[in-house]
Design a protein around this ligand. Structure first.
Ligand SMILES: *Cc1c(COP(=O)(O)O)cnc(C)c1O
Length: 310
């Protein structure tokens, strides 16, 4: 298998952030999957290493995938295509924006072909990608939305084992949930009780998707912990608790989170501490799943930045 990333990713202490959340300074650690390497990193690197390898083994020369305009998964797929010498087509939600910022800038650099779907929901987007693969014929392979089929999600079962070697006594692993493969893989190796998922609103049925993937991986689905309180008005919005989480991480640890995923994960952790679901003295790992290009491609984040005083 092409590894495509750099493993193991580091685990760093976050004592000032821990104290700001109301935890003990030794309670909180950050696993830096934003540093995975390929194509500006993030959790999609672990998944694409598996899904793209499987596609190549089936004889694919073109990868087709789908996502939001600022999809981190689409960008990593484009980078993997460049690395493996494959063509990449991205079916992206919305209309082509005037300025290719953030992930779109990188998609263009990696040489991907972009196709715009108009304003459709995620299930429709997934169907459009399937249809495009059928049009292209047998040398095209579908990389699923978010890289989250059982093949991609299995990469996060491996990541769970990697994490256990680094933090054997982890009581909580906090992770943002989009297409669900990251949480599903972690639950398959760590068990349901230790994984706290925070939904981002990317799909209408996150719990069902996570549970279905866990079953395919042979893991436990009883007692899944998924918070849905950070979605706000939807996936593409930047709610106040998420803005606060970004500032808190930036100003206590110099740690950069993103408005869609990792910011929601930290906002969910802050709420879990307030409610007593995560308590002082319990070793907690925030999985940093990446997303920096998305931050730099977000008009909402740019508008917000003009309001920030020191
Ligand atoms: C896709 C993504 C997630 C969510 O991962 P899923 O496996 O799709 O649930 C979290 N963080 C970032 C930065 C992502 O790009």
């Amino acid at each position: 298998m092409a590894t495509l990333g750099t493993y193991p990713t580091p685990v760093e202490p976050a004592p000032r952030l821990a104290v700001a959340l109301g935890l003990d300074e030794r309670d909180l650690w950050v696993k830096r999957d934003d540093l995975l390497g390929l194509g500006a990193g993030g959790n999609k690197v672990r998944k694409i290493a598996r899904t793209a390898t499987a596609a190549v083994e089936r004889g694919a020369t073109t990868l087709v995938t789908t996502g939001a305009a600022q999809s981190n998964h689409a960008r990593v797929t484009a980078a993997a295509g460049a690395r493996l010498g494959l063509a990449v087509e991205l079916v992206l939600r919305g209309e082509q924006p005037e300025a290719p910022t953030g992930n779109l800038l990188l998609d263009a650099m990696f040489g991907a072909t972009l196709r715009w779907s108009g304003d459709v929901d995620t299930p429709t987007l997934e169907r459009l990608a399937v249809e495009r693969v059928a049009e292209l014929g047998p040398t095209a392979a579908l990389i699923p939305y978010g890289g989250s089929d059982a093949v991609g999600a299995a990469a996060y079962a491996d990541a769970g084992h990697e994490l256990l070697e680094q933090v054997p006594d982890a009581a909580h692993v906090v992770v943002a949930v989009g297409s669900g493969g990251t949480m599903a893989g972690l639950v398959a190796s760590l068990g349901a009780a230790r994984v706290l998922g925070v939904d981002t609103g990317a799909v209408p049925d996150p719990l069902e998707r996570v549970a279905r993937l866990i079953v395919e991986l042979g893991g436990p689905t009883a007692g899944l912990r998924l918070r849905r309180d950070q979605v706000g008005d939807g996936y593409s919005t930047f709610p106040a608790p998420v803005r606060e989480a970004l500032l808190l991480a930036a100003r206590t640890e110099g740690l950069v989170l993103d408005p869609v995923y990792t910011g929601r994960a930290l906002a969910g952790l802050a709420a879990a501490v307030r409610e007593g679901d995560v308590r002082r003295g319990e070793r907690t790992v925030l999985l940093h799943t990446g997303g920096l290009p998305g931050l730099l491609g977000s008009p909402e984040a740019q508008a917000w930045a003009t309001t920030l005083a020191p």
